[in-house]
Unconditional design. Structure first.
Length: 171
């Protein structure tokens, strides 16, 4: 098994196995990140693929700094923002409820709760939503979020607190 630095070196040398290992390692996290940002599974898959394409395109200039995932999140975040800008709509449509076909009442309640949370997330300003997604859904530490977004730790803490207050008010 390669270390992250070893993977980058092997990929720069054109090792196809290293590319496969890299994608296998990071694809699920980037996909989840994209799903929470754009709230559409098809768009999320497309954006995840485009994230890796752009990463591999920029690979010759890429300088490993210890966190490949941060760079991937940066690319994915920019792609998601572009996608949402193009749509010019609130990311969650009521028709999503129709797509979820669950027979039991308790399962239906879970779907409704999920939709309410996603709608609340969709109403947050982009900079607050991004903090919530990275912290709660991706499991990043506050310092990792600061690195990923290229902002200071106090600003991350402030935005997280502000986002929580907004969500509490709406939920």
């Amino acid at each position: 098994m390669y270390s992250d630095l070893g993977l980058i070196r092997k990929m720069k040398q054109g090792d196809e196995d290293a590319f496969a290992v890299f994608v296998h390692k990071y694809y699920p996290k980037v996909l989840l990140y994209c799903q929470y940002h754009c709230m559409d599974k098809e768009d999320a898959r497309d954006l995840t693929q485009e994230t890796f394409v752009r990463f591999f395109t920029k690979l010759p200039e890429y300088h490993y700094r210890g966190k490949n995932l941060n760079f991937l999140y940066t690319i994915a975040g920019n792609l998601c923002k572009d996608c949402l800008r193009k749509r010019k709509e609130i990311p969650l449509q009521e028709s999503r409820l129709e797509k979820e076909r669950l027979p039991e009442e308790r399962q239906m309640e879970n779907v409704l709760n999920k939709i309410v949370v996603q709608q609340a997330l969709g109403q947050l300003p982009e900079e607050l939503k991004e903090i919530i997604i990275l912290y709660y859904f991706q499991g990043l530490k506050l310092t990792e979020i600061a690195e990923t977004l290229h902002i200071g730790l106090p600003l991350v803490k402030y935005r997280l607190q502000r986002a929580k207050k907004q969500l509490e008010k709406w939920l």
